[in-house]
Design a protein around this ligand. Structure first.
Ligand code: 7PM
Length: 277
């Protein structure tokens, strides 16, 4: 029924024959660097180890630079947040580590530090990004976004959101292949919430299976997103059950990797999906 993708990323080869869980590890700035008990590095590493204990298949480490509407973070600040975390985790763990960044220099240093996957919300559109990934063995997630994080939610517009997202992903995939990144290193992601209205997001969930014709493993990030809050009425901390529903629906429509905050609950829910797939 579903395709048996082999995803090659850094020192790992993942058999995506069941839905995999990517746990989100946000490295937030040191708000108490003097006097506090734990540094942001220690807190992020501790959280990551908890996610692994809960069954995470992949860890996604981010320094918050790609968050919609977030204050842009300088290169040095982003590096100082994420590199120590990746160095520590790559020594301590046996799951692939992903770096959530669009900056080629962060990608490069993260890969040196032990990152296995580049998760880029700009789909390698920054100058030099293709070359950094192509020169490495890292896997890459190519995500769709309309506009930029600063402006994308102002007036998202599509004639046909599913067709346009699909064409963008096909185009970026083909360019990546031309740059020397082989097919089994590439993931695709429709980019829920990135330049999309509630109706666009719902339409993409409904027609998620249309992306399967691209024949690349599909990553979905809907965890705690505002489209779910718009449906259930809950704020960010109240979106667990809606997020589980979204992961289950996505996996049943063919998503191979679910990027989530709530790993334990998602792992259990996806075991049920896997059992009937
Ligand atoms: C505010 C809004 C804060 C949205 C954080 C976010 C994705 C991603 C993000 C995704 C991939 C979040 C998002 N979302 N990378 N990074 N796919 N590949 O919920 O959907 O973490 S940031």
């Amino acid at each position: 029924m579903s395709s048996n993708f082999e995803f090659s990323c850094g020192k790992y080869q993942l058999k995506l024959n069941r839905p995999h869980v990517m746990g989100i590890v946000n490295v937030t700035p040191d708000s108490f660097s003097d006097g506090g008990k734990f540094s942001s590095t220690d807190m992020a590493v501790e959280h990551a180890l908890k996610l692994i204990a809960e069954g995470a298949d992949i860890l996604d480490v981010g320094g918050e630079s790609t968050r919609p509407g977030a204050h842009p973070v300088s290169l040095d600040e982003e590096l100082s947040r994420v590199i120590p975390v990746i160095e520590t985790l790559s020594k301590l763990t046996t799951v692939p580590i992903s770096i959530d960044t669009y900056k080629p220099e962060v990608m490069r240093q993260a890969i040196v530090a032990g990152a296995d996957i580049v998760n880029d919300v700009r789909a390698l559109q920054e100058p030099g990004a293709f070359d950094v990934v192509a020169k490495s063995q890292a896997g890459v997630c190519l995500m769709h976004m309309q506009g930029t994080p600063q402006t994308m939610q102002l007036e998202p517009h599509y004639e046909d959101v599913v067709a346009e997202v699909k064409q963008f992903l096909i185009d970026r995939m083909n360019i990546a292949i031309r740059h020397g990144i082989v097919k089994n290193r590439i993931l695709i992601d429709p980019g829920f919430g990135f330049g999309k209205t509630r109706a666009h997001n719902i339409s993409l969930i409904q027609h998620l299976d249309a992306l399967n014709v691209i024949d690349q493993p599909l990553l979905v990030g809907l965890s705690r997103k505002s489209v779910l809050g718009a449906i259930t009425g809950g704020d960010e901390g109240q979106r667990l059950y809606a997020s589980i529903a979204a992961s289950v629906i996505s996996a049943m429509k063919g998503a191979k990797i679910l990027r989530v905050h709530d790993v334990k609950a998602t792992v259990d829910a996806l075991k049920v999906v896997a059992a009937i797939q």
